[in-house]
Ligand binder design. Structure first.
Ligand code: ATP
Ligand code: MG
Length: 187
């Protein structure tokens, strides 16, 4: 399929577009982290809001802190000490989602070159965050802020507004062979 040209951005340079990494295969969050690394290396101001990722399980945070990339996280810690994952969606999740949107607004106000909203797609799909609120946020995005939205099940409204959509396709994942998430590789 030949990608359709978007006349509204023809000849455009600099930051300000919307990118989406979605799909069932592995690589969405790590692709966004790769972009963050690259942008940081280019001297750009980078901020990441991790949605639905409370708890201290995520190894990338230590590296981002060392680099000086702005990180804000919201969400409950879904893992109990035995490693069991809590899939329920509670009012607390929704309150945490609101906090995440607030972090994003602050990053918009502070003139970040690149803002990543990690797991925002899945958070909308799971109704942790209201679609309308995210669409309102997208309307507030400064012209020169590049935005990356990650997570499974990106809503059609996001896909319509994006200038890049990459779908990670699941072909194989060791998870289905009983290999549990591994530190430094999966989290
Ligand atoms: P990563 O953070 O590794 O880039 P991701 O952001 O694409 O993964 P998520 O849907 O956010 O994937 O899931 C995060 C975790 O689930 C990671 O530990 C990842 O290895 C694992 N994972 C990714 N895709 C699948 C899949 N299709 N089945 C099972 N586990 C998966
Ligand atoms: Mg992810």
């Amino acid at each position: 399929m030949k990608p359709q040209a978007d006349e509204s951005i023809k000849g455009r340079s600099g930051h300000g577009l919307i990118q989406i990494f979605t799909g069932d295969g592995k690589g969405k969050t790590t692709a966004a982290l790769g972009e963050a690394l690259r942008a940081h290396g280019a001297g750009q101001k980078v901020g990441i809001v991790f949605f639905d990722k409370g708890g201290a399980h995520y190894s990338e945070r230590a590296a981002l802190d060392k680099l000086g990339v702005a990180v804000a996280a919201c969400g409950r810690d879904r893992l109990d000490p035995s490693g069991r994952f809590d899939f329920s969606i509670t009012d607390e999740d929704k309150q945490e989602g609101e906090k995440g949107l607030e972090f994003a607004k602050q990053m918009f106000a502070q003139g970040f070159d690149l803002v990543i909203l990690d797991e925002i797609n899945s958070s909308v799909d799971l109704k942790i965050v209201a679609l309308g609120q995210v669409l309102a946020l997208l309307d507030q995005k400064p012209d020169n802020t590049e935005l990356i939205l990650t997570g499974r099940h990106a809503p059609q409204e996001f896909l319509d507004r994006a200038h890049l959509v990459t779908e990670m396709t699941l072909q194989k994942h060791y998870f289905y062979s009983g290999v549990k998430a591994r530190a430094g590789l999966d989290y």
